[in-house]
Design a protein around this ligand. Structure first.
Ligand code: DOR
Ligand code: ZN
Length: 359
């Protein structure tokens, strides 16, 4: 018998966010509880104004994050056992010794490659991959993953082509040179990336954001210029969005959840030269549920959100669960970000799924 009734409630193993920006100081205190309410763990991006390049910096940053979750939701303790999974930022000077120390620390789970100039706080990133060959060699040996912002930085290359050109000119040769290096191509945005990752060995995986599953590039210009829809890699055309949805809902364990939630103040976004990034940590699982529901693939959400990423990183599966109901609610017009405010994605508009419990 065919069951046509829609699924109105789903319970999942508690998910992890494998790509998150939490900044520092007062802003960090505002945003970390949003993630901790939904996710058990998150891979913390190291692109602070003074990037996280050493084990000691990562230890201090981890303490700062943990301190920001101790006093949320006193009654239920929801989110208080949140585990930040730290990363280091690769520079031209990162040595093999740093990689060995990172692995030995037990708190560092990956290293992030920002091609210099690619995005927010990437100016201290890597200018030429050959400069970090010894570090990459050590990563390949220790099995610690390389997380890649996959865009070329050449301003001559069309912004909508920068991911594809990165794959062809940088990533493919890199993987040939380091054939057993574990690599996550972060926040993929194109059918080219989907195809590349699908056909690559099992050591290559990708994260996909909620915003790239839900929106195409028309939303950057809907009725005028929309700075809150600007992120990097930039939203692409509809055919690419469809390819991402197909990959995320395929059940292929190479594709897993990474929000790339990236808080910037309202002023920094609504400016003549606005920053790249969308704030989705507040309602991330609700947004992913909607994207999977739209594709009639809610049964594939748990693997994508709660199983595949942990497996790739060699982490145990979470034991708690979360429940989402099909219930609409209005996203707040703004949220506090330290002493300033942030405009979340979909501000003032409806979300169609609601996180109802986390136990
Ligand atoms: O949109 C983005 N925002 N893309 C990135 O790669 C970085 C991030 C940020 O840190 O603001
Ligand atoms: Zn990011």
């Amino acid at each position: 018998m065919i069951n046509n009734s829609p699924t109105n409630s789903i319970t999942l193993i508690q998910p992890d966010d494998f790509h998150l920006h939490v900044r520092e100081g007062d802003a960090l205190k505002s945003v970390v509880p949003d993630t901790a309410r939904q996710f058990a763990r998150a891979i913390i991006m190291p692109n602070l104004a003074d990037p996280i390049t050493t084990v000691e910096q990562a230890q201090n940053y981890r303490e700062e994050i943990l301190a920001s979750v101790t006093d949320i939701d006193e009654d239920s303790k929801n989110g208080t056992d949140f585990e930040p999974l730290m990363t280091l930022y690769l520079t031209d000077k990162t040595t093999a010794e740093t990689i060995v120390a990172a692995k030995a620390s037990g708190i560092i789970h990956a290293l992030k490659l920002y091609p210099a100039g690619a995005t927010t706080n990437s100016d201290k990133g890597v200018t030429n991959l050959e400069n970090i060959y010894p570090a990459l060699e050590a990563m390949q040996e220790t099995g610690i993953p390389l997380l890649v912002h996959g865009e070329v930085t050449d301003p001559e290359i069309d912004i909508f082509d920068r991911e594809r050109v990165f794959i062809e000119t940088i990533l493919e040769p890199l993987i040939k040179r380091f054939p057993t290096l574990k690599v996550v191509l972060e926040h993929i945005t194109t059918s080219d990336a989907v195809e590349f990752v699908t056909n690559a060995p099992d050591t290559i995986a990708a994260t996909i954001t909620a915003h790239h599953l839900l929106m195409n590039r028309n939303t950057i210009f809907a009725g005028g210029i929309r700075p809150h829809h600007y992120c990097l890699p930039i939203l692409k055309r509809e055919t690419h969005r469809q390819a991402l949805v197909k990959a995320a809902t395929s059940g292929n364990p190479k594709f897993f959840l990474g929000t790339d939630s990236a808080p910037h103040t309202q002023g920094a976004k609504e400016s003549a030269c606005g920053c790249a990034g969308m704030y989705t940590a507040y309602h991330a699982m609700e947004l992913y549920a909607e994207a999977f529901d739209n594709a009639d693939a809610l049964d594939k959400l748990e693997g994508f959100s709660s199983i595949f990423g942990a497996k790739f990183y060699g982490l145990p599966q979470n034991t708690n669960s979360i429940t989402l109901n099909r219930e609409s609610w209005q996203v707040p017009a703004n949220l506090p970000l330290g002493k300033e405010q942030i405009i979340p994605l979909r501000a003032g508009e409806q979300c169609h799924w609601t996180l109802v419990s986390n136990d």
